[in-house]
Design a protein around this ligand. Structure first.
Ligand SMILES: Nc1nc(=O)c2c([nH]1)NC[C@@H]1CN(c3ccc(C(=O)N[C@@H](CCC(=O)O)C(=O)O)cc3)C=[N+]21
Length: 283
């Protein structure tokens, strides 16, 4: 029987524990604060940001939204980040990506105080992750590790293959799996005979942004398959990078889209916002 790794339910269960923790912090006078910076009006970004704010509110985390128009200059975005760096009520800062083309994401990420970089995108946090001394870790890979843990899936000694080498998913995923003693292979658009490599995987993480790209022939029987994709198929329906119906027949466990990695990403963001608040208040 194939196990469906239910990210929605797992996130709800983790959030129930976190809510108790936030309530206890409040009795000590600490309220975690998250700031989301949203530039422009990308409709997908607007939905994600709304989900994040709803979650924060449920948990008792203060969440503030700083909205800038799509015409905002880089200097204007940097000024908002700088103000949040110095705002004592804010523990975590997230600048929603993608940014409009006139704003350089690397410059904006570099401007976030590493101690408030709740996305784990700052070079300081990336470096710490790769030297196996993690501070804040990118939410999506963190959420995936939490999902595996919740279902009792161990990664030590396993052959993990990742498709996709982005800074926000593929690379930090590789570091986390390596830190957890997996044997890690990274693949991408220039990998020859890709499916020959993916068929070696005990654990396959797919983050390439191509609808239903991974089919059953790419998967070793019994593999665990994690789908990070958020794509629209020809009918306009939300699907992943994995062809769920065919792959579910060969995998031992698989994440659905929606209801898999997405809710875990938001849960990870909340968990790490609370962690940062604790750190800022020494416990
Ligand atoms: N600075 C930054 N940090 C991010 O973490 C970040 C970002 N920028 N830009 C965009 C991506 C994408 N992302 C998602 C979060 C939640 C869902 C999510 O909740 N998905 C639901 C359904 C959503 C729907 O129905 O459209 C699900 O999969 O069940 C998806 C995607 C965070 N990202």
């Amino acid at each position: 029987m194939t196990m469906i790794l239910d990210g929605k339910q797992t996130a709800n269960s983790l959030m129930a524990d976190l809510k108790t923790e936030v309530a206890a912090m409040k009795t000590r006078g600490i309220t975690p604060g998250l700031a989301v910076v949203l530039v422009g009006d990308d409709p997908a970004s607007a939905i994600y940001v709304r989900n994040k704010q709803r979650r924060a509110q449920e948990l008792g985390i203060t969440s503030v939204l700083r909205r800038l128009p799509s015409s905002a200059t880089q200097a204007e975005v940097l000024a908002v980040v700088e103000a949040l760096n110095h705002d004592d009520t804010i523990d975590g800062i997230l600048v929603q990506l993608p940014l409009p083309e006139q704003v350089d994401p690397d410059a904006v990420i570099a401007a976030i105080a590493p101690s408030k970089d709740v996305d784990g995108f700052h070079a300081n946090n990336v470096g710490r992750l790769w030297e196996n001394n993690p501070g804040v870790v990118a939410s999506t890979p963190y959420g995936i590790m939490a999902l595996l843990k919740h279902y009792g899936i161990t990664v030590a000694g396993k052959r993990a293959v990742i498709i996709g080498r982005s800074n926000i998913v593929g690379r930090p995923m590789a570091a986390l799996l390596l830190n957890a003693d997996a044997t890690v292979t990274m693949t991408h658009s220039k990998t020859p005979d890709l499916f020959a490599v993916t068929r070696e995987a005990d654990l396959l993480v797919v983050a390439i942004g191509r609808a239903q790209f991974v089919t059953a022939e790419a998967v070793k029987p019994g593999a665990v398959v994690i789908d990070v994709g958020m794509d629209r198929n020809a009918a306009g329906k939300l699907v992943g990078d994995v062809d769920f119906d065919s792959v579910a027949k060969v995998a031992s466990a698989i994440t659905p889209v929606p209801g898999g990695v997405g809710p875990m990403t938001i849960a990870a963001l909340m968990i790490q916002t609370v962690e940062l608040a604790k750190r800022h208040h020494n416990g």
